[in-house]
Design a protein around this ligand. Sequence first.
Ligand code: NDP
Length: 487
Amino acid sequence: MTFDSLNPATGEVVGTHPQHDAEAVGLAVARAEQAAAWWAELGAGERRRRLLDYKAIVTQNLRPLAELVHQETGKPRGDAVLEIVLTITHLDWAARNAEKVLGRRRVATGLIGLNLAATLEYLPLGVVGVIGPWNYPVFTPMGSISYALAAGNAVVFKPSELTPGCGVRLAELFAQAVPEHPVLQTITGLGETGAALAGDPRVKKVAFTGSTATAKRVMAACARNLTPIVAECGGKDAFIVDADADLRAAADACLWGALSNAGQTCVGVERVYVVDQVYEPFMRELKELASTVKAGEHYGPITMPAQLDIIRRHIEDAVKTGKAVKGGPESVRAPYVDPVIVEDVPEDSAAVREETFGPTITVRRTRDAKEALELANASAYGLGGTVFSRDTRGAMRLARLMRSGATAINSVISFAGVPSLPFGGVGDSGFGRIHGADGLREFARPKAIARQRFALPGMNLTSFSRAPGELERLIRMVTILHGRRKR
Ligand code: NDP
């Protein structure tokens, strides 16, 4: 059985791919187990060399890969290029930093462990299953794949059924750098293919990106084998404009964060909170700039046809009580959606509570930054967010108090492009982290070793031959070390 991937802008068939069933998935996982043993044995230095080679091959193929992303998602070629460039920087960081982050190191033992030498290292898990989305079909799955490979694992990747070609190409390019074993395999198919991967007991961790509802299903499949998962499930990110913000820059960033990729970005701007003092001038800037952005020119179509219904429902819901500043239900003209800005939408409406994943925003006036933060935090999601303010200390304070995995100040989504920063959410946005040192550790298991270097005279504590005096000495010692209260 096969299925087609379609260009969402034209409806043309981009490619035809096999629908891998549970048996085919099982075979891929079996191959991956063997490849994982070989890859782990290869050692960190050789893995780094191979991954940097993979990076060079991806870079050499930037244009054709961007073309494929453009065809499968409909996004402009420039955006596809940007996505791949960011992927390359992450792959580079993961390859170069894996040994430093995960390699064996001595750790302090404390006074009671004076006679011990302690080492810590992070070992590969084996086979990692990656289930990817369609909105950034290279950048997002590679955020897991690069880090999992660098940590010494083999990966079986199930791309979204909307963007299978990108997944297949990523594995083909990898095989040019690592021809010996299938360390990265792509298995194409529909939801059942992903379910078979998640349910395979030989998969030692699943990295999932997609909706919260599907994450729960994947987690349930993983629960049968106690397989841990990383879940990256989208969000409803807030954008706070404080009284001292550069309003032109804020409006520009807000629009790009909301409309680029047609709003199909897990850390896209969906809710905007503007303090009363600057509300009118900010809205003037926002409206003026929004009038220059066109669907089909600055951003592409809605990639997943079913999403159009959700976007339409949210717009209809928003304009019922809110005031449309730009666009409205008529902005949905499949497969495109023109920019929509609605103000004064009740906080309990679907347009404010649920992930829209479209080029729409709701804007609300707040008394002050404190109220903006309270409203921003009153969401089941908590992935990213933005603060615009010229006061660095104030902005840092707001950013730290924002209930999300990451916050950008005076820029949007900037955290995702910093490879050393972890990426992931709280609440309905999921858990676990990709990117950065935490992203490497996510795909490894800590291994702790304590080696006794010599016997401590008179402190034979872990033996049945322990003398009462030894225990007394221990009590005296622990009292000196820990018994004093500090005020
Ligand atoms: P899903 O969560 O359904 O799909 C994400 C991935 O999971 C796809 O590869 C999908 O495969 C796979 N999958 C589906 N069902 C299962 C299953 N039972 N077991 C294992 N894997 C499975 O997202 P959709 O693509 O349907 O999009 C729905 C919504 O999710 C969007 O409207 C958006 O709100 C959100 N989303 C968030 C993303 C983010 O970046 N966090 C990315 C994409 C979507 P297949 O494609 O073959 O069904």
